[in-house]
Design a protein around this ligand. Structure first.
Ligand code: AP5
Ligand code: MG
Length: 204
């Protein structure tokens, strides 16, 4: 089964991807994570991506499509879960030419909770664990004790442009996949475990 996790920044795509990965045999492909890996390694792709990500804009499609094709090949072109891709109609059409998609799960969250969720997010530098700052005791990772950090694009001004980009370029994908009969909308307003319960109903 090949699936896409759709949803606004902060909707909980990464949070659900971790749970899906633990319970289903699907490889997690997050374009945001791949770009952040390139940024840490200071590759050419990483330098270019940084200039867009820090402004809350999309990395150009030709670069994004190249990294997605590599990730899909590495995953054997099957049993994968795309998180953060596609993000516009052009990317979705390009994906349709490469591989078939079975289900698209749109995690739906009220817009007014997104900024608070994103600005409060912290990631572990050691193991990558993600949580909200309100869940942290002593500022260290509850899984491994590593240092927790805020993502550079999780500042309020950048979040504003990310949400605008989502509304203008990514939200039209909801109609795109609805018209293909592949869209499943999940209420993303409950706790992460409650949302996962809804995801399970879709994935079976
Ligand atoms: P990317 O890394 O994909 O970021 P995003 O789509 O903006 O989404 P986020 O990762 O911010 O949110 P999420 O939905 O994963 O939420 P999470 O589970 O972490 O992309 C970053 C950038 O890279 C883009 O802006 C762009 O520049 C570039 N890029 C990436 N893909 C691209 C593409 N295809 N084309 C071009 N450019 C691309 O949760 C968020 C917070 O909420 C956390 O604190 C979490 O603990 C909390 N939370 C989660 N679920 C719940 C819940 N149910 N209740 C309460 N809190 C919750
Ligand atoms: Mg994410």
């Amino acid at each position: 089964m090949n699936i896409i996790l759709l949803g606004a920044p902060g909707a909980g795509k990464g949070t659900q991807a971790t749970r899906i990965e633990e319970n289903y045999n699907l490889k997690h492909i997050s374009t945001g994570d791949i770009f952040r890996h390139h940024m840490r390694q200071q590759t050419e792709v990483g330098m270019l991506a940084r200039s867009y990500i820090k402004k809350g804009q999309l990395v150009p499609d030709e670069v994004t499509l190249r990294i997605v094709e590599i990730a899909l090949k590495d995953a054997g072109m099957k049993d994968f879960m795309l998180d953060g891709f596609p993000r516009n109609i052009n990317q979705a059409e390009a994906l349709d030419k490469i591989v078939g998609i079975d289900k698209v799960i749109d995690i739906s969250v009220d817009f007014d909770v997104l900024t608070e969720r994103i600005c409060g997010r912290r990631n572990c530098l050691e193991c990558g664990y993600t949580t909200h700052v309100s869940q942290l005791k002593g500022g260290v990772c509850p899984k491994c004790g590593g240092e927790m950090q805020q993502r550079m694009d999780d500042k309020e001004e950048t979040v504003k442009s990310r949400l605008t980009v989502y509304s203008e370029q990514t939200a039209p994908l909801i109609e795109y996949y609805k018209s293909q009969g592949k869209l499943f909308t999940v209420d993303g307003m409950g706790t992460p475990d409650e949302v996962f319960g809804e995801v399970r109903k879709v994935l079976g």
